[in-house]
Unconditional design. Structure first.
Length: 319
């Protein structure tokens, strides 16, 4: 625990700048106000008619706040040289195209199941929703893993492990202690209406015709896929987005990541989205210093399953 506190202190001591952090906070406050005040993201998505339009929207939805945060950093520190780096702009477009694809692919399985039920003739119709939910958790991460691995192999394999997969500086007992501290916070949050509306994620059920053993196995498989999506999130944000951009920005790659990470939570309860700012910053600092995402994976999975458990408890209490 002391090591993590030291990482955070060192980051704030070297990187704290009132204008930069104040400007970033203002960007986030305005963005939260627009999104939650006018239901911006959901309203725009309702007007889009194809995955390609959604991908274009998400490219700008995430790239613009990243660029604004980066411009704030460059202006405050008078460091504009990164803006003249062709490789940086290649990485910038590469990443935000992948991120847009990753987000859109979460919805594609549902559209596919609705429009091509004949492709699932070997699966009972009662399980089509389950198949879509399972694929929604697995397909997006698998789809972007290959391009990121290829980028690492070409540009960064001599400098670092595949973004975040170093095991040399991890202390899992520390993360277990942090997770223990979060238990009462999660269960207190579970009493809010927004939380009860969002969790648990596994609420669509399974056919009554399935034998009890099979129902348990299918439910466990879904929860595994749900957790796997969080592993992908850690790899993408605390792994690739911090470590690949650190080639150009050093530890300054953390703050723009935090802003984008908050934006991907904009369809979740506002408290969860606000909490992602603090969580994203701490996990970004840890991953930058340890070159590892394992601690973040442990925390993210732990919190995710605690929220599932707390949401299930609220459903049981409401009966």
């Amino acid at each position: 625990m002391k090591v993590i506190v030291q990482y955070i202190r060192e980051y704030l001591r070297h990187k704290w700048n009132a204008r930069l952090f104040g400007g970033t906070a203002l960007v986030l406050m305005i963005s939260f106000g627009i999104n939650y005040g006018f239901d911006f993201e959901t309203t725009v998505l309702r007007r889009l008619t194809s995955p390609w339009e959604e991908a274009a929207f998400y490219y700008f939805f995430y790239a613009v706040p990243y660029f604004i945060t980066l411009a704030l950093w460059s202006a405050v520190h008078r460091r504009w040289e990164v803006m003249r780096e062709a490789h940086f702009w290649f990485l910038f477009h590469f990443w935000f195209i992948l991120l847009a694809v990753y987000v859109v692919l979460h919805n594609v399985p549902f559209a596919f199941v609705r429009s091509h039920p004949d492709m699932l003739l070997f699966v009972p119709a009662e399980l089509h929703t389950y198949i879509a939910r399972f694929a929604s958790n697995v397909v997006p991460g698998v789809a972007v893993l290959g391009p990121i691995a290829a980028y690492w192999y070409v540009y960064d394999r001599r400098a670092t492990y595949l973004y975040g997969f170093s095991t040399s500086n991890i202390r899992l007992r520390t993360y277990a202690f942090i997770l223990l501290l979060l238990v009462p916070i999660v269960f207190a949050a579970s009493f809010s209406p927004d939380f009860r509306e969002a969790y648990p994620r596994f609420t669509f059920g399974l056919p009554a015709s399935l034998a009890p053993g099979k129902r348990t196995a299918w439910a466990a498989a879904f929860q595994f896929s749900y957790g796997l999506d969080f592993v992908f999130v850690e790899f993408l944000f605390r792994g690739f987005m911090v470590m690949a951009f650190a080639r150009f920005l050093g530890s300054a790659s953390i703050l723009p990541m935090v802003v984008v990470y908050a934006f991907i939570h904009f369809q979740k309860p506002i408290g969860e989205a606000a909490g992602s700012i603090v969580g994203g910053l701490i996990l970004g600092i840890i991953s930058y210093n340890t070159k590892s995402i394992y601690g973040g994976v442990m925390l993210h999975l732990g919190v995710a399953y605690l929220m599932e458990l707390a949401g299930s408890m609220q459903m049981w209490m409401a009966r």
